[in-house]
Design a binder for this molecule. Structure first.
Ligand code: GLN
Length: 456
């Protein structure tokens, strides 16, 4: 823990942490020492981690990357973070992120963007985005200023930054981890998950985070398997589906396609079989996601009214409505306001059926595509995680549609609620890490992790 705290200061330029918690870290590490000496070590005892700033931490400021929560100190702990402390993990600090987890580059954070520790070969001066929204978590793990980190993933926010920073990230099945105490973005999609340097570390951390929680009615009452043991089982006999809708004919660059082929070869060499499959509704996933996620966000973010949490802007003589308007105008950034507008529109009377309801129907078709593939005998599906490697800071932030395209390979999994793992597989010609994604059946993170191990 001391070594990590020193490294955090030395690498402050990564801006990976919004709120470092050095004192708390040292106290927790002391407790871990005592537990280890007493023979009571948990599965993550003494492991220093970063916690995405979307998880409420009792007594530690939790901003969600937003000005509106800039002074919010929760009086309670999220279930997932509480489970990690029970397992012995140590909190190094709250990690930077896109505001309310809306973004793919960490540039919508009200606290400045986190920086990717990687740079292009021969071009050390161009700073690159770490991806988002869990960009601070990914930068911290890749920059060796956390051994692992929590992330949350609504449409790709664990997997895309993991790919951009050359680490492993797992979005579990929807319902695998409790959402209680996690600042809500899009409630039917949000999931917490681990980000770490290896598949085994990811599996160990997954075990500590997962489990049914009566405080979240969408958390699933299913047993938590031994994920770390599953990792060692190998992939002999596994059937790996390769969806044709992700191929170059659909716009994938030849370079990423070649890395994808490399992943297929690695799995075959390890004893798996690859088979072509079709997920015909893939092309509708992105527009579907960008109706559903803003719709749910517009509803969830209605609670930031200047009364209950964080920021309040109120001047002499202001009405209640003035306070709402001034607080939300000052407290939310441009991307959050864009989503609230889109979402409110999509949910409004007269438009609900045409947009939100239609999107929910398409979502079902996308989920059925995956179900048909798995019912057809495929155990796991392999795709690229992202259509490109990390891009320079500033390159896409003024073009929301280009930014949204980062999620093209990750949102179908999110809409279907399935587990998705990103594993770094190769470097691009620019010398940047590129991840591949493994998608599994509901609650079958074990097979996904097993296959992930073969890609390391
Ligand atoms: N980049 C996507 C978005 O902006 C996904 C974000 C996420 O998964 N939290 O919505």
């Amino acid at each position: 823990t001391e070594a990590h705290l020193a490294a955090m200061e030395a690498r402050a330029g990564l801006n990976a942490y919004i709120t470092p918690t050095a004192e708390r870290a040292l106290a927790m590490a002391k407790t871990s020492d005592a537990r280890i000496h007493a023979g009571q070590a948990g599965t993550m005892e003494g492991i220093p981690i970063a916690m995405k700033d979307l998880f409420c931490t009792n007594g530690v400021r939790t901003t969600a990357g937003s000005t509106i929560l800039g002074t919010f100190v929760p009086p309670y702990e999220s279930t997932v973070s509480a489970k990690l402390w029970d397992a012995g993990a140590v909190l190094l600090g709250k990690a930077n992120q896109d505001e309310f987890a809306m973004g793919s580059s960490n540039e919508t954070s009200a606290f400045g963007n986190a920086v990717n520790p990687w740079t292009r070969a021969g071009d050390p001066d161009t700073t690159l985005v770490p991806g988002g929204s869990s960009g601070g978590s990914a930068a911290a793990v890749a920059g060796r200023i956390a051994m692992a980190a929590t992330g949350t993933d609504t449409g790709g926010s664990i997997r895309q930054p993991a790919s951009f920073c050359g680490i492993v990230g797992l979005k579990p099945t929807y319902g695998r981890c409790s959402r209680w105490g996690i600042v809500a973005f899009a409630s039917s999609l949000d999931q917490a998950g681990p980000m770490a340097r290896t598949v085994t570390d990811t599996a160990i951390m997954m075990g500590a985070m997962a489990g049914h929680d009566p405080q979240d009615s969408t958390s699933a009452p299913v047993a938590v398997p031994d994920f770390a043991a599953a990792v060692e089982q190998g992939v002999k006999g596994l059937k790996v589906g390769i969806p044709k809708e992700y191929r170059p004919e659909q716009g994938l660059s030849p370079e990423i396609d070649a890395i994808w082929a490399q992943g297929m070869a690695m799995l075959r060499d390890a004893g798996a079989e690859t088979v072509d499959i079709s997920l015909p509704h893939t092309k509708y996933a992105l527009p579907t996601y960008y109706i559903i996620a803003p719709a749910e966000a517009s509803s969830n973010l209605a609670r930031y009214d200047g009364v209950r949490y964080g920021l309040r802007v109120l001047e002499e003589g202001d009405s209640l409505n003035d306070m709402y308007c001034k607080t939300r105008a000052a407290g939310f950034g441009a991307e959050v306001k864009r989503r609230i507008l889109i979402g409110t529109y999509a949910l409004s009377a007269g438009y609900y059926d045409a947009y939100y309801l239609k999107a929910q129907k398409v979502r079902t078709l996308i989920a059925q595509d995956f179900k048909a593939a798995f019912d057809g005998g495929v155990d796991v599906i392999l795709t690229p995680t992202t259509p490109s490697a990390a891009f320079p800071i500033g390159a896409e932030i003024d073009d929301p549609v280009t930014m949204y395209l980062n999620d093209v390979f990750t949102v179908p999994t999110s809409l279907a609620g399935l587990p998705g793992l990103s594993v770094p597989v190769a470097l691009t010609s620019e010398g940047l890490p590129q991840g591949l994604q493994l998608i599994g059946r509901p609650f079958d993170e074990e097979t996904v992790l097993r296959a992930g191990r073969a890609l390391e």
